[in-house]
Write a protein that binds this ligand. Structure first.
Ligand code: GTR
Length: 328
């Protein structure tokens, strides 16, 4: 080994050792979000970017790309996993097929309400879910709210499971959702969020399911005017970062990034509650035919095979499901 080479090698080793203790000092990140300006998640992610720069004196910066301009959600999840993008605001629905622990939140009616979901996420359940995601390359820095999802369609009010029979219903990419529609006798149609409006309008699908803010912001209420309050899914969303990028940061920067995400979640959750009310009022004003569902237990019963099938093929997830069910 020549002296020069040895010197540069020593220099490299020293630099690598320094990096391992001090972490990456400067970085410019890119972030994905599916929602438009003014949506609670969009404002939340912009706040995250602002806090991130503030807390790191501008060493770590994030440029957010909203409205799904960087691609569909399943693609963006992959991009963040491989590090082509650093940050994403994801719904746990399409993460489920990748990280089995995260999939339990997509079992219909697993959460009693939003508060129950918060208690689970803040406890051991949330830890197990984030550990499972981290193993697949996604570190969940904070959880955002996404309300409860209910059915809507262009045909008629849904009051009992039989009303879904024969209906073509758009679902997010996850076999659990397809199973859920099939269990009701409907025809599931997995499809990207951006394609749903046109598909409802042209009759490619009869219905879909989502929370009030997304039903409103996408204009789906204009082309699918029956909204039936089934509230069959309460799915959390994450502010996620690529696991290697997170691991490359110093402990201080990891803390700053986490704090920035959590503070943005406080804002998002507050804006969420306001927007859910405002969106509901807006679509009602526009003439949406709304109905409550008295017998939700009938839907729960009809969807039970989804649970049974899922847990018999994933027996290792039974303890997590029970932990969630036993959380008061
Ligand atoms: C929204 C959610 C999005 C996306 C969308 C969908 O409620 O915030 O991330 O999952 O639903 O139905 O595709």
């Amino acid at each position: 080994m020549t002296t020069v080479f040895r010197k540069s090698l020593l220099g490299y080793v020293a630099a690598a050792a320094l990096m391992a203790t001090a972490g990456v000092a400067n970085a410019e990140w890119r972030g994905w979000n599916i929602h438009p300006e003014g949506y609670p998640n969009t404002t939340g992610m912009d706040k995250f970017a602002e806090l991130l720069a503030e807390k790191t004196d501008g060493r770590l910066t994030l440029t957010m790309y909203h409205s799904g301009t960087l691609g569909s959600q399943p693609d963006a999840i992959e991009q963040v996993r491989i590090g082509a993008l650093e940050i994403g605001n994801f719904n746990l629905g399409p993460i489920g097929p990748i990280a089995p622990e995260a999939n339990v939140v997509s079992l219909p009616f697993i959460f009693k309400d939003m508060e129950h979901m918060h208690r689970v996420l803040d406890g051991e359940g949330g830890q197990l879910i984030s550990d499972g995601m981290a193993e697949k390359g996604l570190v969940a820095l904070a959880w955002y709210d996404s309300g409860a999802r209910s059915f809507y369609n262009s045909q008629k009010p849904i009051t009992e499971p039989a009303d879904v029979e024969g209906m073509k219903v758009r679902v997010m990419n996850n076999d659990l959702y397809s199973g859920m529609i099939s269990a009701l006798g409907g025809n599931p149609s997995p499809m990207a969020f951006a394609e749903v409006y046109q598909s409802l309008k042209t009759g490619v699908v009869d219905g879909a399911e989502n929370n009030w803010p997304s039903y409103e912001s996408t204009g789906h209420f204009e082309v699918a005017g029956y909204y039936s309050l089934s509230q069959h899914l309460i799915i959390p969303e994450c502010v996620c970062i690529n696991a290697d990028v997170f691991a490359s940061l110093s402990p201080e920067d990891q803390q700053a990034v986490t704090e920035a995400a959590r503070e943005s979640a406080d804002l998002q959750r507050q804006l969420w509650a306001e927007r859910a009310e405002a969106s509901r009022a807006k679509v009602m004003e526009a003439g949406v035919q709304f109905n409550e569902i008295e017998n939700k237990a009938a839907f729960q019963e009809a969807m039970k095979p989804v649970y049974d099938n899922y847990l018999s093929s994933n027996p290792d997830l039974v303890p997590l499901v029970e932990l969630i069910q036993n959380t008061d």
